[in-house]
Design a protein around this ligand. Structure first.
Ligand SMILES: [Zn+2]
Length: 318
């Protein structure tokens, strides 16, 4: 009976295994890039349920997040999660303008808005630039769907030619901004992202530049985005990916070049080997702190800038 006490003990919660003040930099954070379960496939069991992981995030002090999917709009599941979670955690739905939802079209953006989407991501695996680099998502989708490569190649989306947006892309951006939605550049190439960011700037609603280091290793090349008021997104996901080309030191150096005032940090993880989103974000944040970023700089990237992008009031420092 020596083990009687241990046997009677409840299983430890995730929080019990974390260091004291594990949410020290995440209080008030808003994660602009969270992939739910499922994302690419029901059979790809990457993490716990949308609601379970959101409850965990709440214990870190995270205030809410944007639910994103590479395949299907997330507005309805965001609403279901919101209903289950109550008012102290905000879940915002989004649409990603990949080919299978109809691509970059203003009418689709408007319908998404009518269903409560708060963010429009430009194409990810469906962007011409991403098909050309055949990134991680495409590798996964090709495994899942044998016909994917020819589908992606024949449906790849280009939104700008010689730096000029196509009329559909221009109208899609205008539709998003007029419906109070944040525009994120998805996996567009640098030139195309810049064209999107330029129009967002003209319309008075800065864009979020997703994964800016996908297409350049030189952070100085990102200055034109900053000049357009765009906020550069740095996510945990590319650092945890086994095929990653980047280390957290690369991110730290890039963020020093562009300045934390121009950056948002997000999780964007959705693979079986990653910790849940709040823990992925904590890891990135603690490492950046170790590499010299102050609590105030981290708060700028995790709390202030995401709320600014979403046009939500910035929570007071507790
Ligand atoms: Zn993503």
């Amino acid at each position: 009976m020596e083990n009687a006490v241990d046997e009677a003990a409840p299983s430890p919660s995730f929080e019990e295994a974390l260091p004291p003040e594990f949410g020290r930099f995440l209080a008030g954070a808003f994660d602009l890039h969270v992939h739910g379960q499922p994302d690419l496939a029901e059979s790809a069991q990457n993490r716990g349920s949308d609601i379970g992981v959101a409850r965990l995030a709440r214990s870190y002090g995270i205030r809410g997040w944007v639910l994103k999917s590479h395949l299907w709009p997330t507005m309805d599941r965001a609403r279901a999660a919101q209903d289950a979670l109550g008012d102290d955690f905000r879940v915002i739905g989004s649409i990603t303008l990949n080919p299978q939802v109809g691509g970059v079209e203003p009418t689709i953006v408007e319908w998404a808005a009518d269903h409560g989407a708060g963010v429009v991501f430009f194409p990810t695996w469906g962007a011409r630039a991403d098909v050309d680099r055949w990134g991680y998502i495409s590798t996964l989708l090709e495994k899942q769907t044998p016909g994917f490569r020819s589908y992606a190649e024949s449906h790849a989306i280009t939104v700008a030619v010689d730096g000029e947006l196509t009329s559909a892309a221009e109208d899609a951006v205008r539709a998003a901004v007029s419906r109070e939605m944040l525009v994120a550049t998805g996996h567009l190439g640098l030139e195309e992202s810049l064209a999107v960011a330029r129009l967002c700037h003209q319309l008075g609603r800065p864009a979020m530049i997703t994964h800016p280091l996908h297409f350049t290793d030189d952070a100085r090349e990102l200055q034109p985005f900053i000049d357009l008021g765009g906020l550069l997104e740095f996510s945990s996901a590319p650092l945890i990916n086994p095929t990653s080309h980047h280390s957290v030191r690369d991110f730290a150096e890039a963020i020093r070049v562009v300045g934390p005032e121009n950056v948002v940090l997000s999780s964007d993880v959705f693979s079986r080997w990653v910790p849940p989103e709040p823990e992925s974000l904590r890891t990135l944040t603690e490492q950046l702190h170790f590499l010299g970023f102050s609590a105030e700089e981290l708060r700028t990237m995790l709390v202030v800038n995401p709320h600014r992008l979403l046009r939500l009031p910035v929570p007071e420092l507790a």
